[in-house]
Design a protein around this ligand. Sequence first.
Ligand code: E4P
Length: 219
Amino acid sequence: MKFFIDTANLAQIREAKDLGVLDGVTTNPSLMAKEGITGTDNILKHYKEICKIVETGDVSAEVISTDFEGMVEEGKILAEIDENIVVKVPMTKDGIKAISWFTANGIRTNCTLVFSAGQAILAAKAGATYLSPFVGRIDDIGWDGMQLIEDIAHIYAIQDYDTMILAASIRNPLHIVKAAQAGAHVVTCPLDSILGLLNHPLTDIGLAKFLADHKKANG
Ligand code: E4P
């Protein structure tokens, strides 16, 4: 399973890259706004900066338009920033039409805001490169987000769809483990959730004991 970081924060992207486990980045308009990146030029420059840090990994850049023509125009501009840009398109009727157009024209896509297996089938039929089911937001309303990842993984396997499942809206380290078990191809998560995978009290206790024993024996 690939690891993407879900942020537009350059320091966090660098920190994940330095760990040596980073395969890509996802952003969305809320994450860009959180970093104070506004205006088309600054937004495009910021994506370029992210691509430079990630080097070889994919970077999802989301369109703001909601109509087919607007999505296509925006997506063409985004795709020109770097060969690793993946155009992120919302799961709507125009979005599916745009994904079909991008697929036919060799531009890779990430279909976002996915909350059902039916939507996942439609996105795969349109040729989406990635599919982003929002696990955390489904959990937030009392449903089971990870069950959706399992369902989609099952459907994609038996139907032999090429679209990669990118588990999104990840809230904690356990979500990452469960996404791997459920068959997600990629997980995109906040830095805290990635770093949370490091933690186990027995690791800390064990290391303290090793170091104490070494000190006792060596002075
Ligand atoms: C990423 O592609 C999604 O936009 C993101 O994971 C959504 O996460 P959130 O539900 O925490 O906003």
